[in-house]
Design a protein around this ligand. Structure first.
Ligand code: SF4
Ligand code: SF4
Length: 380
């Protein structure tokens, strides 16, 4: 690439950042490809089995920490972030109402993979147009990329104790994307780690999935359980999941750096009414056809109908007792799969237990009222 020597790489980098901003990225940073210091942490995480059934994590091995093994010729990674916090996120209102299905806020709108990949490709095309032998490859949440480690190197933010990227101005409600590129662009400087003594995310995690600062045991994480895992959700964890039917935001929600996070400019990430704040019984009643229709272009579609039903069954088991719920669970049994039926059975038993507890409580109250009435003077 003799052309490169004649190009001002500093000027090109400035242009890349300006193009990135024009394409809707809130930040663009550049890192080299030396992720050596992250290899031992990654290996330890894999050795502990914290990746659960995500076999692709293991099969790609250290390629994740070696961008030039994944895409030969890569010299730099351009890391981008795009805010996704929607207006009217209604976190508390929906989390506290156990009759409503809570969906992680990143998944209420259009599939971010599509949005970011398209913009990253547009950024890559602009670079290629300005320097014709440039080669690039975009990644958005792709398995073999250590996106948080790369973002940290590129100065996008630091890796918080919940293992997500945090930025002082933007918190953590953003997507990350990467452009692997074969140009020796000048790199950005990492920012200072600023979690300090805070441990709020470790304490709040409903399933104790953050087993140590910076280490998440995916097998306990609700995001993994509801999205990645194809298996039965462990019974011990089901009651802890509450009404979270797709992902979980708790560790971000509690983070002090998210107090002043910006709302997204992207209408694509605004919540679809059909998914936002809907009653569990409504969502569980969807046929597969309705599910596919209502989740078209949404990341939720990726998990498929069976896992959608499995997750909602668990939330129904965690909801207060209702005849509507038990009737619906009975009606849906045998309609999807053995896996869903096992979760329906669990939910039904939970509902019956709550019903018995309610009846016991009512009987006790009636007894108490009778005792009080008997003890009262006639004219009281
Ligand atoms: S996403 Fe939820 S379950 Fe997973 S680590 Fe964060 S708080 Fe815990
Ligand atoms: S909650 Fe506290 S410890 Fe966790 S990521 Fe945020 S600042 Fe760091």
């Amino acid at each position: 690439m003799s052309e490169i020597s004649s190009i001002d790489l500093v000027e090109l980098t400035n242009n890349i950042k300006a193009w990135g901003a024009a394409l809707g990225f809130q930040q663009v940073g550049i890192s080299d490809i030396d992720l050596n210091q992250h290899e031992s942490h990654l290996q330890e995480w894999l050795d502990n089995g914290y990746h659960g059934d995500m076999a692709y994590m293991e099969s790609h091995g250290m390629k994740r920490a070696r961008p030039d093994e994944l895409v030969p010729g890569t010299l730099r990674v351009i890391s981008v972030r795009m805010n996704y916090l929607p207006p009217d996120a209604s976190f508390a209102r929906h989390l506290k109402n156990s009759e409503i299905g809570y969906i992680s806020r990143y998944a209420l709108g259009r599939d971010y993979h599509k949005v970011l990949r398209k913009r990253l490709k547009a950024l890559g095309d602009k670079i290629t147009a300005s320097l014709k032998h440039t080669q690039y490859r975009p990644f958005v949440d792709s398995a073999p990329v250590l996106e948080h480690a790369i973002a940290e190197k590129a100065g996008i933010g630091w890796t918080g104790k919940h293992s997500l990227t945090l930025n002082k101005e933007a918190g953590s409600w953003f997507f990350l994307g990467e452009l692997f590129i074969n140009l020796p662009l000048p790199v950005d400087v990492p920012v200072e780690e600023s979690c300090g003594n805070c441990t709020a995310c470790l304490t709040i995690c409903p399933t104790n999935a953050i087993v140590a600062p910076y280490t998440v045991d995916a097998r306990r994480c609700i995001s993994y359980l509801t999205i990645e895992s194809d298996k039965d959700i462990p019974e011990a964890l089901r009651p802890l999941m509450g009404n979270r039917i797709y992902g979980c935001d708790d560790c971000q929600l509690v983070c002090p750096w998210n107090r002043y996070a910006d709302i997204t400019d992207e209408e694509d990430f605004h919540p679809r009414e059909i998914l936002h704040g809907q009653r569990l019984v409504t969502l569980f009643s969807w046929s597969e056809e309705t599910f596919l229709h209502n989740t078209e272009g949404s990341p939720i579609r990726r998990i498929g109908y069976e896992k959608w039903q499995r997750n909602i069954a668990v939330a129904l088991g965690n909801a207060p007792f209702s005849h509507d719920i038990t009737a619906l669970l009975t009606e849906r049994r045998g309609m999807v799969s053995a896996l869903v039926d096992r979760h329906i059975d669990w939910a039904f038993n939970q509902q019956q237990r709550k019903r018995s507890a309610l009846e016991r409580e009512n009987r006790q109250q009636h007894r108490l009222i009778r005792v009080i009435e008997k003890g009262l003077p006639r004219d009281a």
